[in-house]
Each structure stands twice: as C-alpha cells, then as structure tokens.
Design a protein around this ligand. Structure first.
Ligand SMILES: Cc1cc2nc3c(=O)[nH]c(=O)nc-3n(C[C@H](O)[C@H](O)[C@H](O)COP(=O)(O)O)c2cc1C
Length: 213
C-alpha cells in the first residue's frame, strides 16, 4: 500500500445543524466524552498553533486541562516558544484531531494567562516529579546535554527537600476564549459535514453556519 492509493470510506451518521447543541461548549464536551471513551491514552492531547512576532507559525501538542464556558485551558512555561509567541500575538488555534472517529474540532480565539492563584492551585495538585521538572526545565531553551537537565532536577530536589514545591513564576496556565469553534465530521465520498459556531467580539450568542467541506 502506498500513501497515494490508500483510501478509506468515511461511513458515519453525519452531523447536522439540527444535531448540534446551541451551546458549542456543550457540543464539544459531548464529542470529547465520546472520544475519551475510545482514545487509547491521553485523550486530552490537542495541538496548539501560535505565531511569532514575524508571523511564523508553530504548533505543538499540549494537554487540555479545562473545557467550559470560560474557554479552553492548558498549562505550560510562559518562557517557552509558545509563551513568547503569545506575548507577541495573544491569539491561536487549538486543534483536536480525532481521526479514529473521523472528527476534528478546531477552536480559534484569544489566549491569555489565567489568574495566578488558579495556576498555583493546579500546580499544587501535580505529581512532585512534574513539579520539580518545571523548575529543572527552561522550556524551549537549548541544553548542552541531558546531564545538564538532570543536574537541574537534582538541584531542585535538594532546594525543595522536605517542603512543598512552589509554582515557578514562569509557569502557569493559559485560556483560549474562542470566537470560532468548527466541528468536522467525515462522510462518504468526501461529502463531509463542517459546522462552525461563531460569535462577534463582545457578543455572547453563537450562530452556527455550515461550511463547504
Ligand atoms: C502527549 C503530549 C503532551 C504534552 N503536553 C504538554 C503540556 O501540557 N504543556 C506543555 O508545555 N508541553 C506539552 N508537551 C510538549 C509540547 O508538545 C512542546 O514540546 C513543548 O511545550 C515546547 O513547545 P514550544 O517550544 O513550541 O513552546 C506535550 C507533548 C506531548 C507529545
């Protein structure tokens, strides 16, 4: 089988405006639940795309840690490449690619840091090893070798021995507040369903439009 001849028919029931919950967060949560039931591991993994000051796009996987009407929340280093991108352009896209269900969810919006107290509460609930790693890793910066990283982990272990590990000042959450949420459902003969929820800035009500696949 070569890449250019592999073909799969997308036999699904489809996704119509009449099926779509008027609240996109309820709709995405419903799809999320279906995905979580079949995902082999890390169902929360999504791709986050950002752009730097000169417009160059980059993308990486992050774990989604919150999904409700306030937005889509993830945690990272504010000093990382994505953090620098978001300093330059506080906007981005989260893509959930659920190919085994022949679905994708594409969420676009503004991305800003969450409250410090919220990041600290989340950090406090992480395993200790992950907490120490956040101190050891200056995410996206160059290392001489792995030993340098492991040395920093040992330093963090010694520094915080016998005490709780605090949330590093450069680590925390971001929340994407969407202006557009697109749900895609594969259908036979490439006649897919694409519904987009959209709202204007400052408007809470959503309208649903059907897009050509
Ligand atoms: C399954 C998986 C989950 C990940 N989750 C996160 C995460 O929640 N936060 C994070 O900062 N990086 C996470 N990463 C690592 C990122 O993909 C990326 O390598 C890192 O954030 C640096 O990205 P940047 O240099 O573009 O900022 C994850 C990677 C994978 C494969």
């Amino acid at each position: 089988m070569t890449l250019d001849t592999k073909r799969v028919e997308y036999e699904t029931a489809g996704f119509d405006v009449a099926d779509a919950d008027p609240d996109p967060f309820v709709q995405v949560q419903a799809w999320w639940d279906e995905w979580s039931a079949v995902a082999p591991n890390e169902p929360n993994a999504v791709v986050l795309a950002t752009a730097d000051a000169s417009g160059h796009a980059s993308a990486r996987t992050v774990l989604l840690r919150g999904l409700d009407s306030s937005g889509f929340t993830f945690f990272t280093s504010y000093e990382s490449r994505k953090g620098q991108d978001l300093d330059a352009h506080p906007t981005g896209t989260i893509l959930a690619s659920w190919v085994p269900l022949l679905r994708q969810v594409n969420v676009r919006g503004t991305i800003t840091k969450i409250e410090r107290s919220e990041s600290e509460t989340y950090f406090a609930g992480r395993p200790r090893g992950s907490q120490l790693a956040a101190w050891a890793s200056h995410q996206s910066s160059e290392l001489i070798d792995r030993a340098e990283l492991e040395g920093r982990f040992t330093e963090a272990e010694q520094r915080f021995a016998g005490q709780a590990v605090p949330c590093p000042p450069y680590w925390g959450g971001y929340r994407l507040v969407p202006d557009s949420i697109e749900l895609w459902q594969g259908r036979p003969s490439r006649m897919h369903d694409r519904l987009r929820y959209e709202r204007a800035p400052g408007v809470t009500a959503w309208r649903i439009v059907r897009l050509s696949p």
